[in-house]
Design a binder for this molecule. Sequence first.
Ligand SMILES: [Zn+2]
Ligand SMILES: [Zn+2]
Ligand SMILES: [Zn+2]
Length: 217
Amino acid sequence: MKTKEKIDVEEALGVIWTSIQRGNDNFDKVLSVIKEGVNENIMDELIKDNYVIKEGLKIRLTEKGGYLGKELTRRHRLTERLLADVLEFNREEIEKIACDLEHNISTDLADSICTLLGHPKECPHGAPIPEGECCKKSEDKIESIVVPLSHLDIAEEVKLSYIVTTNHDYLHKLLSLGMVPGAKLILHQKFPTYIVKVNETQIAIDSEVANLIYVRK
Ligand SMILES: [Zn+2]
Ligand SMILES: [Zn+2]
Ligand SMILES: [Zn+2]
């Protein structure tokens, strides 16, 4: 097991790496997130141990800081996919468990999970999963057991795994129609729109959305 200090360092580097990726590299803004989310003094430690550099108003990660931040983010998002795809946990549970597990997974284990899942590109929230060594040399691509609806053949019967969406109104509409995790779906038509049957109800789905609905074969 890692010490609390080590976990805090990883947690903070994960937050900083993600912030910079999203275009927020303002030192003070990132600092306040870290203070609240991790601990009061962690930034001083990160600077002292040469993980982080303050450059004017900007925050920068050193090579080793960037490496650890990216690795942690990769482990976090892969764990989320594992929990959602294979173990079928719900979203609230996923966040908590992923945040614990991410600190206890080796790079080798992360690569094994990644390979098992077919080198997924995104976590269940739609955030990109940084590539690992396994993804770069994955000529032996296996098909993931969880695929977007758009990859199915007509008449295939599947179970809904999760829906990637940032549009909550649309998500709620789908949920109200019975498109909930675990629901059995049959694909009836792919063109001009997708038509799926869920509990005796036929639902039309446009092709853009069909890429966001992940199902388990
Ligand atoms: Zn964590
Ligand atoms: Zn996520
Ligand atoms: Zn991979």
